[in-house]
Design a protein around this ligand. Sequence first.
Ligand code: FAD
Ligand code: NAD
Length: 466
Amino acid sequence: MSSYDVAIIGSGPGGYVAAIRCAQLGMKTAIIEKYATLGGTCLNVGCIPSKALLDSSHHYEDAVKHFEEHGIDIPGEIKVNLEKMIARKQAVVDQTTGGIDFLMKKNKIDVYQGVGRFTDATHISISGDKNSAIEAKHTIIATGSKPSTLPFIKIDKERIITSTEALKLKEIPKHLIVIGGGVIGLELGQVYKRLGAEVTVVEYMDRLIPTMDSGLSKELNKVFKKAKFGIHVSHKVKSVERNGDAVIVKADNKKGEEVEFKGDYCLVSVGRRPYTDGLNAEAAGVKINDRGQVEVNAHLQTTAKNIYAIGDVVKGAMLAHKAEEEGVFVAETLAGQKPHIDYNLIPGVVYTWPEVAAVGKTEEALKAAGIAYKVGQFPMRALGRSRASMDIDGFVKILADQSTDEILGVHMIGARAADMIAEAVVAMEYRASAEDISRMSHAHPTFTEAIKEAALAATEDRALHI
Ligand code: FAD
Ligand code: NAD
């Protein structure tokens, strides 16, 4: 039986990054993955394929709606070739997961294909093409998450689907009903809306992306309404039935009246659940809590002292970069270092267009905590860069402490917000004030000038271009 300093179960962004960092720190490392390809949800059926389809559909929408205004005439009809679009997405996925194979080899990490199952706290059996067993001084559980659903919904994977199926549809839906106006619902809803589907979003809470700052929800709602999405917030879905090629969704609205939606596909995107099936965690003394998460302490150590857990399978945001940070954190802890993660500074991004991105506290959270703050906000439409590319929706909002001017939260919606949020993360990591940002040169013309202007507005209410 092979022995390792550390074994990692699951090869998503948490697991494979943990493996690389462990190997870099000199540990003999194994990684176990039940699927045929490495990379987990993110690379195979999550971040990467969804962004590939968002990019393709964005190009199509631009060609149909905006090229003419740019002075580009395309003779003939512009058509979507969905099969080719999905094949390109798959090629991007294959290339990216292949890259992880390369990284495992480069770092001399042993890869085991199969389901990892604890037999005790230091032994794992692997059942796959070849059955085997290994011994590990330490194990990192990085088994991720799976789509969750509602108790009365039967996901048939044909018409009533999750994100996994939505990434490989064979036809463009005529009418896609999306249950859940969170990240997945809006990103994939926008893909199919751009490709020509009617899209109706049914959300339980009183606004889209309800965990983000309400200003962002409001602006995104405005943009989506303009694009003719059907948006029904404060609707409690109570049944989803398939009738041949039709799907009927029934919900109660705010007044308690029943509302019926009829479509040909229904995407269920009401969140994800931590995944520990088949792990036999109890044999290792690892506690799973009532929410299905592996219970961990502040060091991400489970109830078994030599076993740690990271990523979607533990508490916190279900984000690839959060899982990666935790992977590095545990590897460095095992090497005797004293790493640190500031969870408040993990940014969240929605890759719709306009993109939505945020870091730190929302206005709602600051109010609830009784913290006095000031707001500096600047609209994208006032930037020359935005007008040049016709991306005028959105704004940047900076929340700063009323007395010290320290930046407490940055919330933005607009073109390239996903990339721009990095500036806010750096500033907040160094505990910058709004004035600090307002005194830094920002290249002209760029979208980032909105950050400087919002900082000026927060500091002394003296934005220059509005
Ligand atoms: P996962 O990526 O879920 O990986 C877990 C792996 O463990 C899987 O490969 C699984 O097969 C394997 N496994 C499970 N049990 C066993 C076992 N017993 N033995 C062996 N292997 C096992 N996040 C972002 O930050 N940005 C995005 O843009 C983004 N887009 C997304 C889009 C979609 C459609 C979805 C569904 C998710 C998206 N996410 C995004 C979320 C992101 O994918 C997850 O947060 C991330 O993948 C979590 O990483 P992880 O390593 O914890 O687990
Ligand atoms: P989510 O939590 O973002 O959104 C789920 C939405 O469904 C919420 O708005 C919730 O109020 C709503 N909802 C819950 N029950 C409902 C009901 N009965 N009827 C109607 N609406 C209901 O979850 P998701 O969009 O499924 O995504 C899952 C996870 O994957 C998220 O945690 C997210 O962080 C991650 N993800 C991230 C990205 C990204 O970073 N860009 C992209 C996709 C997914």
